[in-house]
Design a protein around this ligand. Structure first.
Ligand code: ATP
Length: 287
């Protein structure tokens, strides 16, 4: 039997996301506070296979070289001048195209697992640089702790304030939102006018009150494309969330709850009212 490992690949949420500028190459510069959450896919990696392969139990995830887990394996083996191969099975629990970074997380999980398996040939910075060649969010997942990201989201700085491990409830309204469409429809002029106030709030964040910094420049555009996202956010707040926000470019929204009991009550209530929505209970991973 070939050697194998089972690893968890966590989702993220953006607690703050501000678009700070449009670049000449068409990408946007942003500043975002990202944190892993407990919701995760499970990857089974088999080493020393004759070819690199991927399989996944979700119909929207490609099972070829466009899968971000395969891209990660190729980049890693190129970087260490190896002709080895792996096989990956992805047990998908993170909704796909939902602003939770599932694909990027899978890529980072493969990079970290391979680096571990081959006894750390690459320092973490080099691994994060490899990740940036796969996708803007991958360096954050390689890093794996709460972080402030700048640039197109690929420049990572440790977030030093303590974040409590708040329970959260996530609603995925079962419709993915195209990141490209959200960027295309973003009214950059409008988002710019709010900047000064927001930056001040952000600088003065206090650990007791994370909910006061929740902010996402993509929300107005996403709410227009799919008003169900705004409904989901309102419902989380009506059911006792201290704050609620859309994650990344959507369409998942999360609510932060003071304790697990409140989160469970909200979860049951939402499942009862909206059986078509995917609802999850999770927690911020602050370590
Ligand atoms: P982004 O904001 O970067 O689009 P997301 O969290 O909204 O991220 P993902 O779940 O990462 O979305 O999926 C985005 C796209 O990437 C999907 O269309 C999917 O087909 C493709 N993809 C490639 N590899 C994977 C993977 N391992 N897991 C999930 N999606 C993947």
């Amino acid at each position: 039997m070939l050697p194998s490992r089972e690893i968890r690949s966590f989702a993220k949420i953006n607690l703050y996301l501000e678009i700070v500028g449009k670049r000449t190459d068409g990408y946007h510069d942003l500043i975002t506070l990202m944190c892993l959450i407990d919701l995760h896919d499970t990857l089974r990696i088999e080493f020393d296979t004759p070819a690199t392969q991927v399989a996944c139990n979700h119909p929207d995830v490609p099972e070829n070289e466009s899968n971000l887990a395969v891209k990660a394996a190729s980049k890693f083996f190129d970087a260490i001048n190896s002709r080895d191969h792996i096989s990956v099975f992805i047990d998908k629990k993170i909704p796909v195209g939902a602003g939770l970074g599932g694909g990027s997380s899978n890529a980072a999980a493969v990079l970290n697992a391979l680096n571990h398996w081959y006894r750390f040939p690459l320092p973490r910075n080099a691994l994060m640089d490899l990740g940036a060649q796969i996708g803007a969010d991958v360096p954050f997942f390689v890093y794996g702790h709460p972080a402030l990201a700048t640039g197109i989201g690929d420049r990572i700085a440790a977030y030093h304030h303590h974040l409590p491990a708040y329970p959260i409830v996530l609603i995925y309204p079962a419709k993915p939102l195209s990141t490209a469409e959200v960027y295309r429809k973003l009214n950059f002029g409008l988002t710019k006018s709010k900047k000064i106030n927001r930056k001040n709030t952000f600088r003065h964040i206090r650990e007791q009150d994370i909910t006061c910094i929740l902010y996402n420049d993509f929300e107005p555009t996403a709410f227009k494309i799919n008003p169900e996202i705004a409904d989901a956010k309102s419902l989380l707040l009506a059911l006792g969330a201290g704050g609620a926000l859309m994650s990344g470019s959507g369409s998942t929204v999360f609510g932060i709850y003071p304790d697990l009991k409140d989160a469970h009550n909200a979860f049951a209530n939402i499942k009862g009212r909206h059986p078509q929505w995917e609802v999850f209970i999770s927690r911020l991973r602050i370590g």
